[in-house]
Write a protein that binds this ligand. Structure first.
Ligand SMILES: [Zn+2]
Length: 241
């Protein structure tokens, strides 16, 4: 959509352990370099075995450049003097132009909604497929465009006369009083009124970034109806208030 452009990526975290004595590494270099390497090691506090590089301190106390530090560590690693590990790959983006936030938001919401619907319908297709009364191999072959496949393979569950029957969803009670209490707790924690969609996700135990943020999982109502169809729970939620 031209809203952001990927610029570069880097590892945010570096740690290493010494395979050669610290001083022997330092001794390999001329005085100017020694000073830098000593600073780098000083800024890499050692836990039991691993030293975690603290680039901020290196910069603030010694004006030690990050790129130079990484180049040095890579070199030590190549030499076999240390074992180096990097992690936390971080992507950096440039925001191309002041975006029209509400337009981007509504476009994304539509996109996610469509993806959700298509995922759900795919799950339904799969469930239908497993419960099919027609030869599964033959249905798969048709799906992949093989029209010449036999209509009965002779070895799938259907052909063996064992048509799969998936268990029905349990039908728990919709205790209006209980649901109402759980949702009140949720909204108190959220400190605002929530949509019925979000409340339903809460009762069905469907994780969202918002629930993580407010630690909704710790509330007693979270996931109480995780085995009940979403549509049904949503109806209860809408009737509750
Ligand atoms: Zn078959």
């Amino acid at each position: 959509e031209g809203v952001i452009r990927s610029k570069y990526s880097y590892f945010a975290d570096y740690r290493f352990k010494f395979l050669l004595d610290k001083q022997r590494i330092i001794d390999h270099f001329d005085p100017e370099r020694r000073q830098f390497i000593q600073a780098l090691f000083n800024c890499s506090p050692q836990a039991r075995t691993w030293c975690q590089v603290d680039f901020d301190t290196l910069w603030h106390q010694f004006q030690g450049d990050r790129a130079r530090a990484i180049a040095a560590l890579d070199y030590f690693n190549e030499k076999g003097w240390i074992e180096l590990e990097s992690k936390l790959m971080t992507e950096v983006y440039h925001v191309e132009k002041a975006p029209n936030i509400s337009a981007v938001v509504s476009k994304l919401a539509t996109l996610f909604h469509e993806k959700e619907s298509s995922d759900i319908s795919r799950i339904h297709h799969l469930i239908d497929f497993f419960q099919s009364e027609l030869c599964l191999s033959s249905r798969l072959a048709h799906y992949f465009g093989d029209q010449a496949a036999p209509t009965q393979c002779g070895h799938c569950s259907v052909c063996r006369g064992e048509i799969a029957v998936l268990p029905k969803c349990p039908q728990p009670d919709s205790n209006k009083h209980l649901i109402d209490g759980w949702l009140t707790q949720l909204e108190e924690k959220a400190r605002r009124a929530l949509t019925s969609q979000l409340k339903t996700k809460f009762l069905c135990g469907i994780a969202t970034p918002f629930f993580t943020k407010i630690k909704a999982r710790t509330l007693p109502g979270y996931g109480q109806y995780e085995s009940t169809p979403f549509k049904e729970v949503k109806q209860w939620v809408e009737q509750t208030r």
